[in-house]
Design a protein. Sequence first.
Length: 304
Amino acid sequence: MMTKNRLKTVLFGYEIRVTAAISNGLVFSVPKQKTLKIIKKELSRVQKYLNLSYSETHSLWLDSYSRYMRVSKKAFSSLRRAKTTDLEYDDMLKLRKNVVYETVRPEFKLLEHEKNDLANEIEYRAKKDQLASVTDSGVFYLCSSHINPAKDHAEWEGKIYVSADWRNRVSSESDRMRIAAYIQNHQIRTVEWVTGEPVWMIFRPNCKHFFINVDVEEVLGNSARKLLKKYDMYMEPEKEISYEEGQFKTYYERLKMLSYLKEMFDAENLDKDMSETRKLVQKWNVLRKMSRQPWNQVVRARIR
């Protein structure tokens, strides 16, 4: 399954191209349908790459279409208020560039939320599909165990769970009796219970737990601890992104957006924003490198 960071990178690339298409279309008076056709082409590309479901694709399309309508409405409103009747073509074009850019600027902050929301939606669907593929057969399932898990998941990780439909998956009556006794003696809960409310194992945002299908005889003859060791399911925590890393990424992505717009047109504040953003990228690049040094905890606190 694609990592969430990779999902966000792909989605942000899509957002850059869509925002640039909207901006370029409004500056050079490209017909609405032509701009929307470009957006649909970008959407088709990312839909195939990420294998998006209908609801995910529709959600992404609505966000993009809404952005086009929102930006174009504000831009046209600003242009109507401006005195354009006596302007030469070059002056009119310069005005359009400035108006469109100023209209697009507030959208940059929305892109972070939109890509995060959709990344969560895609990750949820992928986890749901993955769980369904694991639990569509078999009786018992083993949940992974992680170092420093979320507090509300610590009690339920690293355990054996059973399918709610396990009786229909066992043909022998003697096996049913053995399994029923094991479930009762070890107070085994169902996989449907632990992945649903209130625990939401694997479905909570950023949860890294997962399940595997384990043979009945293995479960009946071994402890969960032995099975976790056998299947290498004691998991090290993923490295968390530091505050400095997050800030660097935020400004780096903004610089990519500005650079993409710069390739299409100039605006009075575009160069200024690029210069300021580039300085912030350089600043946070230095700080994120410093944050990786174990000796530098006090220094980090002072800089902030």
